[in-house]
Write a protein that binds this ligand. Structure first.
Ligand code: GDD
Ligand code: MG
Length: 352
């Protein structure tokens, strides 16, 4: 069996003021023609799997039901990033299949982040922000699932980089197998100079999507900073396990030190919508290079990103800006500094 495990517990706030702590990125629709959220599109895209489980933190559990009414929702006892979240969910899934006595079947788990934009390549794309969301995607997922089942490897999915973005993990592909490569090295979020070297050297971006059998993952986790948590889960001592485990992502805890890992290169369109300038890549832009989400007007303005929920926004004679109006809040930031939205979110947290 193949289980799609959708990760929907992150607080992704880089699309402030659309994303807020009570409304993280996975719940936004961001221009989808049918107004479906990123989470609900992720669940729809998971139709290659036999079942879908959504993993999240307590605070989001109720809202998840509105976006994924048919999926099983698993709530981890404490939000400690993707390492603990995946250990918990994988352990539960493995247990469930063991109880079902399904001939001792070891399920393949395909991990899907709930807040990414995915579409097929332009030749088959309907060019809307919703995009065509199957074909190549399902095919790649099933390839990864097969490699995971056949080889016991922890399988990552590699995207051809288009810029030296330090916000991603980088994968050095090793020997070429059929439809995949051995994974020679995994480097999570390098500094900008190292990221540029990796791009030149032909490394791939880690898409944040993984495929592994429950057993292979738990075995790797037992040999990682997640060790004590997995042992506590074995003993049914979930609360204590979460109390004691450090907050750590699966990339640092498991992937960087994995001994048996593989990478499936993918060709679908993928964007993790990490900042407002990504909207241009996803929505496309007009002749002057403006990307507009919601009601907006541009006059003699070029190369801007405009986004609003229901405020009409006009830009006149300006260039290279992101202008966002959402709820009762407005954000203006140069497009090439869009990452600095983090500074606003941090200042607000401190009571600014
Ligand atoms: N259930 C649960 N619990 N989900 C979580 C938690 C948690 O504590 N923390 C984060 N998530 C979810 C997020 O909602 C997102 O869907 C996914 O896990 C990945 O977390 P991010 O916090 O968005 O990770 P990242 O973007 O910084 O980095 C990862 O993704 C990149 C690609 O977008 C890494 O895998 C990088 O290597 C990768 O390049
Ligand atoms: Mg992310």
């Amino acid at each position: 069996p193949v289980v799609a495990l959708v990760l929907a517990g992150g607080t992704g706030t880089r699309l402030y003021p659309a994303s807020r702590s009570h409304r993280p990125k996975q719940f936004l629709s961001l221009g989808d023609a049918d107004d479906r959220s990123l989470l609900s599109r992720t669940v729809a895209r998971a139709d290659f799997a036999d079942e879908v489980v959504v993993s999240t933190r307590r605070a989001f559990a109720d809202e998840i039901e509105n976006h994924a009414p048919d999926a099983e929702v698993l709530v981890e006892p404490a939000a400690k990033d993707t390492g603990p979240a995946l250990s918990y969910a994988t352990h539960r899934i493995a247990e469930r299949y063991a109880e079902d006595g399904d001939d001792g079947a070891d399920p393949v788990v395909v991990v899907l982040p709930a807040d990414h934009h995915v579409a097929d390549r332009p030749e088959t794309d309907d060019a809307g922000a919703g995009g065509v969301e199957n074909g190549r995607f399902s095919e790649a997922m099933l390839t990864g699932a097969r490699v995971a089942a056949d080889t016991g490897a922890l399988v990552a999915f590699g995207v051809e980089p288009t810029r030296p973005d330090p916000g991603y993990g980088y994968i050095e592909p090793g020997d070429d197998r059929e439809g995949y490569h051995d994974l020679a090295a995994f480097h999570e979020k390098p500094d900008p100079e190292t990221a540029a070297e990796y791009v030149d050297a032909g490394h791939l971006w880690n898409a944040g999507i993984f495929a592994w059998t429950a057993e292979s993952f738990l075995e790797a986790a037992r040999d990682s900073p997640l060790r004590s948590l997995v042992h506590a889960l074995d003993w049914g001592d979930t609360e204590r396990g979460f109390d004691e485990v450090e907050e750590v992502s699966v990339d640092y805890a498991v992937m960087e030190r994995a001994e048996n890992a593989a990478v499936v290169p993918v060709s679908f369109r993928w964007d993790d919508l990490g900042s407002w300038d990504a909207l241009e890549r996803v929505l496309g832009d007009d002749e002057a290079g403006n990307a507009v989400l919601g009601e907006g007007l541009t006059v003699d303005a070029a190369d801007n990103v405009v986004a609003s929920d229901d405020t009409h926004v006009s830009l006149v004679g300006v260039e290279g800006l992101c202008v966002v109006a959402w709820d009762d809040r407005v954000l203006v930031v140069p497009k090439d500094e869009a990452q600095r939205v983090r500074e606003v979110v941090a200042a607000l947290k401190e009571g600014g």
